[in-house]
Design a protein around this ligand. Structure first.
Ligand code: 5RP
Length: 266
């Protein structure tokens, strides 16, 4: 692996082999998502606890201070919106590699939509992006998106998506956690896997349990958005998740930490 590629990957994946990515890219198709109406305000208190942030060039330029930030995972796919849910899989590449370099991105990310009407197009988008990014030593993180069909989050489907993403050259793959068979999803994917959260779940403990279980089953960490910043206590949430990822905390220990930060004791 070239020095530049190794260096960028090491900015994202820490020396313990683990990673906590904080995505705030949701607006690229959802508009001003709840609690992300002002992305700068949402992300500012969370930055110290994230290993990298994932976002689009527009939000990076307008909402993030370039003098005090974290490694950037630049979302470079899009072109769809919630207003046409049936077309969510019809993404193209929205941002050039030249722009990613100008913005000093440590990685770029793009969604693939396996099993959708636009599967072929999204997989070629990934391949083309990898072709170009490898020239410059920029890792591509593939996002195994499910579009509007959240019920697709089961092991067989996720394993298919992750393996295809790795085969086409993604250096990191983001996928969803599933309770049954997640270890098979990770085992079948020869590059590091991080988990997204999806819509906010009912309790904090539920999030801690799935993050912990996913790590035990081989994921290197998370790319977790709504379950962090839609919480009433986002800083407590990210610190508790960080303890699971980087300090081997159990879900209960993470929950105790969450409670004590929430009560202002830490
Ligand atoms: C949106 C994304 C998000 O970055 C990803 O889904 C993670 O966020 P969340 O934990 O809120 O699902 O790629 O397409």
């Amino acid at each position: 692996m070239d020095w530049g590629m190794k260096n960028r990957l090491s900015q994202l994946i820490q020396s313990d082999g683990k990673a906590l990515f904080l995505p705030i890219d949701h607006g690229y198709f959802q508009g001003p998502t709840r609690k992300l109406e002002e992305p700068g305000k949402t992300v500012d208190p969370l930055l110290p606890y994230a290993d990298a942030i994932m976002l689009t060039r527009g939000i990076l330029r307008s909402c993030v201070d370039p003098t005090k930030t974290k490694p950037i995972i630049l979302r470079v796919s899009g072109g769809t919106s919630m207003a046409r849910k049936e077309e969510l899989s019809h993404e193209g590449i929205t941002t050039s590699v030249r722009e990613a370099i100008r913005l000093n991105a440590s990685a770029v990310s793009l969604s693939i939509f396996v099993g959708s009407e636009h599967e072929h197009e999204s997989l070629l988008n990934l391949s083309n992006l990898v072709n170009e990014c490898e020239e410059y030593g920029i890792p591509v993180m593939a996002v195994t998106a499910v579009g509007a069909e959240l019920e697709k989050r089961e092991a067989r489907y996720l394993a298919l998506c992750c393996r295809i993403a790795a085969e086409l050259g993604a250096r990191v793959v983001k996928t969803y956690y599933c309770k049954e068979g997640f270890e098979k999803v990770v085992r079948g994917c020869p590059v590091p896997v991080v988990m997204a959260g999806g819509p906010k779940v009912d309790s904090e403990l539920e999030t801690f349990e799935f993050v912990h279980d996913g790590i035990q089953k081989g994921a290197i960490g998370v790319n977790l958005g709504r379950n962090v910043w839609q919480s009433d206590y986002p800083v407590a949430m990210i610190r508790a998740i960080r303890a699971i990822i980087h300090e081997n905390a159990t879900p209960k220990e993470a929950h105790d930490l969450f409670d004590s930060i929430k009560k202002g004791k830490q």
